[in-house]
Design a binder for this molecule. Structure first.
Ligand code: CS2
Length: 503
C-alpha cells in the first residue's frame, strides 16, 4: 500500500503528508490542523469515542473553531498512542450501512499520551488554563463504582492504593481528583468533567464518586469539588464494535495507505448534552449535538431500550452460539424477545422524551441492529455484565415492582446471564467471561453444579449487582429460577419458545 505524493515522495501510512493524496471519495479535514490548539483532554481513546466525541469535535474544527483540539490520554496501555502518534493523530472512520461504506479521516486528536510513562506531563497539561474540558470514555467499570448503588467502590484495590498514594493515582477517580487539586492549589478554575459512558445520570454519578474519593482523601477537597466542578450529564449513542484485522485491511485498500487503528461504525449517531460548561465548550450543536437542560429522559430511553436489548440479545446469543447482533436479528425468535422487552417492560418505565416517539425509536433500533455491515460480536457486548445489568435493566425492574407491575422479560435476561457464566455454549464451545467480578461469578456458577435455584440464589445475593431489595422479591426470584431451570434442562432456544408462547 502506498500513495505517490506530488513531490515524488511515496508514503505508506496515514498521516498529514498522506491526506491531500487520498482518494477523492474519502472525507478529510481541510482545516489547518497545525493552527488548532488543545482545549480538551480525553481519557480512554477506545473505538467508541473515536466514532463519536472526536467526530463531532472534528466537525466543529472543520467549521472554523481553532481552540478545541483534543489530547488523548490512555490510563492503561501505550497501544493507541503507538498507533496514532506516528499518524499525526489521524485515523479513519469507516461508516457502514449494510453494504454501503463511507470513509472519513478524522483530525481532532492532536496527540496521545499514556500515564504509564507520561504521568507528570499529563498533569502539566491539565494545569494549562486552555484545557477547559476533560471528556471520558473508560467504560462503566472504569469509574470504580459499586454498580448497584452507583457510589464509589471503596473496597476496590486500586482505590485503596490511590488513597494511600494520592499524588500518583492509577484510577479514574484518583486521577481526576489529583488534577483538580493541582488546579485548585494553583488558583486555576476547574475543568468541566464530561462523562460519555453508559451510566444512568452519568454526570451526577461520577460527581458523587469523585467527590467521595476526594473526601476520603481530604474533606475540604471533597467539598471544593462538589461545590465547584461541573459534571454535565450526557447521552452518547453510536454502535461501534472493536476493530478487527479485516477492517484494517479493508480500510487500507480503500485509502491506499495503512491505518494502524481505524474504527468501524454505523451511520447513525446521537449526542444529547446537558449545557453546563462554566469555561465554555465547542459549538457541538453545529455538528448536530442536542444541548438540553435535562438529559435524563433521553438517557433512560437509550440505556434501557438500546443497551438493555443489546444485553438481552448478547446473553441469549452467546449461550445459543450466535456470533453477532445482526445474526441474532435474523433468528426466528430473538427479535420477538426484544420486541416484548420494549413493549412489555421498558417503554412503560420511561418518562416522555421531548420530540421523540419512543415506539418509533425501538423500530429504528431494530433496523440498526440488522445492519450487516457492523459485525458487533455478542461476546463483546457480554463483557462486564455486573456493571451493565443494573443501569440497563435491573433499575427498570425495580421501578416496575415499585409501581405494582411485574417485569416479564427482564428475569429472562437475568437467567440468560446466569447461564452464560458457565463459560460453555450449547454447541459445546468454551468462551471467556470478561467482567471485573469474573472470578467470583464463574466460581459461583461452577459451585452450583447445574442446580438452577442454587445458582440463582447465590448470584442474586451479589449485592454489588442486585442491591438489597430485588433479590427479596418473590416474583423476580421465581421467574429467574423458572427460566434458568428451563435453560439448564432444555436449552435456551426451548426456553425462549416456551416464553414466547406464554400469553
Ligand atoms: C453495547 C454498547 O457493548 C455494549 O454493551 O451495548 O457499546 C452500545 O453499542 C453503545 O452504547 C451504542 O451507543
Amino acid at each position: 500500500m502506498n500513495i505517490n505524493l506530488k513531490s515524488g515522495a511515496v508514503v505508506d501510512r496515514l498521516g498529514n503528508a498522506a491526506v491531500a493524496a487520498l482518494p477523492a471519495s474519502v472525507q478529510r479535514p481541510t482545516y489547518d490542523r497545525k493552527a488548532v490548539r488543545p482545549g480538551i483532554v480525553h481519557i480512554g481513546l477506545g473505538a467508541f469515542c473515536r466514532a463519536h466525541v472526536m467526530v463531532y469535535t472534528d466537525e466543529v474544527l472543520q467549521q472554523g473553531a481553532t481552540d478545541w483540539g483534543v489530547i488523548g490520554v490512555d490510563l492503561m496501555s501505550p497501544a493507541i498512542r503507538d498507533a496514532l502518534n506516528p499518524q499525526d493523530g489521524l485515523y479513519t472512520l469507516l461508516s457502514r450501512d449494510n453494504g454501503d461504506d463511507k470513509l472519513r479521516v478524522v483530525g481532532s486528536i492532536l496527540d496521545v499520551m499514556v500515564t504509564a510513562d507520561q504521568k507528570q506531563e499529563i498533569f502539566d497539561l491539565l494545569m494549562k488554563p486552555e484545557i477547559r474540558i476533560v471528556t471520558l470514555t473508560v467504560t462503566e467499570k472504569g469509574y470504580c463504582q459499586d454498580a448497584a448503588t452507583g457510589s464509589l467502590d471503596e473496597k476496590n484495590p486500586v482505590i485503596i492504593s490511590d488513597l494511600a498514594n494520592p499524588t500518583d493515582p492509577r484510577s479514574v477517580p484518583g486521577f481526576l481528583t489529583e488534577a483538580l487539586r493541582r488546579r485548585r492549589d494553583a488558583g486555576l478554575a476547574p475543568f468541566t468533567v464530561l462523562v460519555c459512558d453508559n451510566l444512568a445520570q452519568n454526570g451526577i454519578k461520577v460527581r458523587k464518586i469523585v467527590t467521595r474519593f476526594a473526601s476520603l482523601r481530604d474533606a475540604e477537597l471533597g467539598r471544593y469539588i462538589s461545590e465547584n466542578v461541573s459534571f454535565p450529564c450526557t447521552m452518547v449513542d453510536r454502535i461501534t464494535p472493536a476493530t478487527q484485522d479485516a477492517d484494517r485491511q479493508s480500510v487500507a485498500s480503500s485509502l491506499g495507505v495503512t491505518d494502524a487503528w481505524p474504527v468501524v461504525t454505523e451511520p447513525f449517531r446521537q449526542w444529547v448534552i446537558e449545557d453546563d460548561f462554566p469555561l465554555g465548550r465547542p459549538e457541538w450543536e453545529k455538528a448536530g449535538a442536542i444541548l438540553v437542560e435535562d438529559v435524563t429522559p433521553y438517557e433512560l430511553m437509550k440505556l434501557r431500550c438500546l443497551n438493555g436489548s443489546h444485553s438481552t440479545l448478547a446473553y441469549l446469543s452467546v449461550v445459543a452460539g450466535i456470533e453477532t447482533i445482526a445474526d441474532a436479528m435474523v433468528d426466528e425468535d430473538l427479535p420477538k424477545v426484544i420486541r416484548r422487552l420494549w413493549d412489555d417492560d421498558l417503554i412503560r418505565t420511561l418518562p416522555p422524551v421531548p420530540g421523540t416517539d419512543v415506539v418509533a425509536y425501538t423500530h429504528d433500533l431494530e433496523t440498526r441492529f440488522r445492519n450487516t455491515g457492523v459485525r458487533h460480536l455478542t461476546l463483546q457486548i457480554s463483557w462486564d455484565g455486573s456493571q451493565k445489568l443494573p443501569p440497563r435493566l435491573l433499575e427498570a425492574a425495580s421501578e416496575l415492582y415499585a409501581s405494582g407491575q411485574n417485569p416479564r422479560v427482564i428475569p429472562l435476561t437475568v437467567a440468560a446471564w446466569m447461564r452464560f457464566l458457565s463459560c460453555r455454549n450449547e454447541l459445546g464451545q468454551d468462551y471467556p467471561v470478561t467482567d471485573p467480578h469474573a472470578d467470583r461469578l464463574t466460581e459461583i456458577a461452577r459451585n452450583a453444579g447445574g442446580d438452577a435455584a442454587r445458582l440463582a440464589d447465590a448470584l442474586l445475593s451479589v449485592h454489588e449487582i442486585f442491591g438489597e431489595e430485588l433479590p427479596t422479591n418473590g416474583h423476580f426470584r421465581g421467574e429467574v429460577v423458572r427460566h434458568l431451570s428451563n435453560m439448564i434442562t432444555h436449552g435456551v432456544r426451548y426456553t425462549i419458545k416456551a416464553f414466547l408462547n406464554e400469553a
